[in-house]
Design a protein around this ligand. Structure first.
Ligand code: FES
Length: 80
């Protein structure tokens, strides 16, 4: 889940969403063909000081950039 609240928006949440669309063919509400990754958005998860924030399997990841996002997607897709 990509946070699109104000702090995360200012710190580049839209760039993360564009990266997910352009490099992983994922838009809000989509699930990958293998069923391993779904993308949702939310308005502030209460960790604004870590913006931009992504929540993966109920864990908050802060200061996320495209490279970090790629690692997360790969880890999720490689999981059994
Ligand atoms: S705006 Fe993203 S955690 Fe608050």
């Amino acid at each position: 889940m990509v946070c699109t609240g104000t702090a995360c928006y200012i710190k580049g949440a839209n760039n993360l969403l564009a990266h997910l669309k352009n490099h992983h063919d994922l838009s809000d509400g989509d699930t990958t063909n293998d069923g391993k990754v779904s993308l949702l958005t939310a308005r502030c998860v209460g960790a604004c000081s870590l913006a931009p924030v992504v929540v993966v399997d109920n864990k908050i990841l802060g200061e996320v950039n495209s490279e970090k996002l790629d690692e997360v997607i790969k880890r999720c897709r490689d999981a059994v």
